[in-house]
Design a protein around this ligand. Structure first.
Ligand SMILES: Nc1ncnc2c1ncn2[C@@H]1O[C@H](COP(=O)(O)OP(=O)(O)O)[C@@H](O)[C@H]1O
Ligand SMILES: [Mg+2]
Length: 250
């Protein structure tokens, strides 16, 4: 357990985290916080350590040094089960089950309460991801973007307080991408904490806070506006490059 005042303010608190994979440091002395009830973007180029950092938060990554707390408990603690929803980078769904059946499967595992309450939770999750019209279709017949949203609904149905989404917008067309970010904003407005990774810097504009990583190191942990102000740039990609080139830190 950590200091309770800090735990109250942050959903995730990472201190001096280092992770070694394949004999190499892939997260190097990273300290960041994820505030509650808003969207935090975890951004950086491919291979910079986004997935590894998420695995550390979920509690599935062996760490070499430092600490990771989620809601004041050690990452991976039993008490955190059910409070965190995680959607991996290439999520899979059961192709031979319908949208509803896929989500009900997770609801039966994770959502508490009566059968009626679980059914209501399933319908609600389907509505949140905009798949109500497809609810009876088998997942195999859906588009890639729709299948991604089924995975999101599977993570949502247990009503987690923290949603960790690894590159959820990759491969989506611009319209779907905007819709998905709108869904994330609605979830945050309802009090959910979201940590969303992307290697596309433009996605920073949808986030309240940013964690910028490069080669396993923290480049900056600030808001999009602070990033623009600090660099004098008008777009996120240029601002990120300016930070790196300027060697400007935290
Ligand atoms: N299972 C693994 N074994 C060894 N190295 C790995 C493994 N998974 C990832 N890595 C390395 O760790 C670094 C960070 O990877 P990752 O966290 O997947 O980055 P990102 O999600 O930002 O693309 C990369 O250099 C990658 O090659
Ligand atoms: Mg990744």
């Amino acid at each position: 357990m950590m200091n309770s005042t800090v735990a109250d303010l942050s959903a995730v608190n990472i201190s001096a985290l280092s992770v070694v994979r394949g004999g190499r440091p892939v997260i190097d002395d990273v300290s960041v916080r994820v505030p509650r009830g808003s969207i935090t973007g975890l951004l950086g180029p491919s291979g910079c350590g986004k997935t590894t950092l998420m695995r550390a938060i979920i509690g599935t990554q062996r760490i070499a040094d430092g600490s990771v707390w989620v809601f004041g408990d050690d990452a991976g603690a039993k008490s955190l089960r059910g409070r965190i929803g995680y959607v991996t980078q290439s999520p899979s769904v059961y192709g031979d089950l319908t949208v509803t059946e896929n989500i009900r499967y997770f609801a039966d595992l994770s959502a508490p309460g009566s059968k009626a309450a679980r059914n209501a939770a399933v319908s609600h999750a389907i509505e949140v991801v905009g798949l109500t019209a497809e609810a009876g279709r088998r997942a195999v017949s859906l588009s890639g973007g729709q299948r991604g949203r089924v995975s999101l609904a599977c993570a949502l149905v247990g009503e987690p307080e923290l949603l960790v989404l690894d590159e959820p917008t990759v491969g989506l067309d611009p319209v779907l991408r905007v819709e998905l970010w709108r869904t994330f904003a609605d979830l945050a407005a309802a009090g959910t904490t979201l940590l969303v990774s992307s290697h596309v810097m433009d996605e920073a504009e949808h986030c309240a806070n940013l964690i910028l990583l490069r080669e396993g190191r923290l480049v900056a942990n600030l808001s999009p506006q602070q990033l623009l102000d600090q660099t004098g740039e008008t777009n996120m990609e240029a601002a990120f490059l300016a930070l790196i080139e300027g060697g400007a830190a935290r």
